[in-house]
Design a protein around this ligand. Structure first.
Ligand code: PLP
Length: 379
């Protein structure tokens, strides 16, 4: 962020009124190194050449927006986010399209959610057009980092943190908005495998009036011990119950859940309603739309663990899956609980789970018509 303006250009799209988005000449890593990382990217391991950084100061607003080299940040040790967790993030993906272009999926929805997260944490919202301009500028600059292998994507991580050097407890006066990107491999390279889940009866993710319905870093910090407990119990993921009665299923790790009642064309989908303690997933909302178009009834309501268990036992609940940007759709197989374990269906991915998964992936990768205008071409 120290380069002079001499070797930089400005994006045709401003970051905000009167705030140009400066495009520095970012050095490119060697093509061979990039090719090696793109061949087996994994998730969140490698980062592209560039990042976007914008600054905010109370009284001045957003300023100094630039595409710059991906590099460590310099933070004051008293930077507020490091102490009081004023820190929020988003996650979306860019997909290589069959015609050689690159598209992101519903980025306006991420921009809107990011603004809601900011407001909840008493942080300054990033205007939607600034969020979108920053994401587009990064993907455009680093489009040779968008992998083209089957189901591979470029994962984009916009985030904001309080950087004011001050230990008093109040909303900070200075922030950084940053966008970084990381190539991501297929989530299930060896075919879709159901996960086993552990019902968290000791810990909760979110309580009424808390921050469960926004994407803040603290929610994840508070979830890690329960996830460790799930792993120690031999499960892949933790399933969260409501804080008050520990009765209603809310989410799985960082993903929303769906339950299938019945089978075939008449199968009904049930997904926990957004009570204020669930994160309103963009994948969740997209799947509700697609399932209804396919003729399925989709019901948003509270869903009792005992309804899950008895439905699985009497055969009325035939499938369960989780959904989110990173993994799209993940089938749930075994469920482990203190009150007894059970297995959904025969423990293999269900037909509606797999049909919805392919349908959404086909839209995202441009293999089928995008009837909703969900894809955003990066120009
Ligand atoms: C991000 C997230 C989701 C999934 O949201 P998408 O917009 O579908 O990626 C679900 N639950 C939690 C807790 C999350 O943080």
């Amino acid at each position: 962020m120290t380069d002079t303006l001499a070797d930089s250009r400005t994006s045709p799209r401003a970051f905000a009124a009167g705030v140009p988005l400066v495009l520095e000449d970012v050095p490119r890593r060697p093509a061979a190194e990039r090719a090696e990382q793109l061949a087996d990217p994994g998730f969140g391991r490698y980062f592209t050449d560039s990042m976007v950084v914008a600054r905010y100061r109370a009284g001045e607003g957003w300023h100094d927006a630039r595409l710059t080299r991906y590099a460590p940040l310099q933070l004051d040790p008293s930077a507020a986010a490091l102490h009081y967790a004023q820190s929020i993030f988003e996650g979306l993906k860019a997909y290589a399209q069959p015609d050689g272009t690159v598209a992101t999926f519903r980025p306006e929805a991420n921009a809107a959610r990011f603004a809601r997260s900011a407001t909840r944490l008493a942080m300054p919202p990033v205007p939607a057009e600034s969020f979108l301009a920053a994401v587009d500028a990064l993907v455009d600059a680093d489009r040779d980092w968008v992998p083209t292998g089957p189901d591979q994507t470029l994962y984009i991580r916009p985030y904001m943190l309080a950087v004011e050097p001050f230990l008093g407890v109040r909303p900070a006066h200075e922030y950084l908005f940053i966008v970084i990107a990381s190539p991501a491999g297929a989530y299930f390279p060896r075919g879709v495998q159901p996960v086993s889940v552990y019902l968290s009866e000791d810990y909760i993710r979110a309580a009424p009036g808390g921050t469960g319905d926004v994407k803040c870093a603290g929610n994840y910090a508070a979830s890690l011990l329960a996830q460790e407990q799930a792993l120690a119990a031999g499960c892949d993921q933790v399933v969260w119950l409501d804080a008050t009665e520990k009765r209603y299923v809310e989410e799985m790790g960082g993903m929303n859940l769906f339950f299938v009642r019945g089978s075939g064309a008449d199968a009904e989908l049930i997904t926990p309603e957004l009570t204020g303690t669930l994160l309103p997933g963009i994948t969740r909302e997209s799947l509700i739309t697609l399932a209804r178009e396919l003729g399925h009834t989709v019901t948003e309501r509270r869903f009792d663990v005992e309804e899950w268990r008895s439905g699985v036992e009497d055969g009325s609940i035939t499938e369960t899956f989780a959904c989110g940007t990173a993994a799209v759709i993940t089938p749930v197989g075994q469920v482990r609980a203190r009150t007894g374990d059970f297995t959904v269906g025969d423990g293999t991915p269900g037909p509606l789970t797999m049909a919805l998964r392919s349908h959404l992936l086909d839209i995202q990768h441009g293999r089928t018509a995008d009837a909703h205008g969900w894809l955003h071409q990066v120009r």
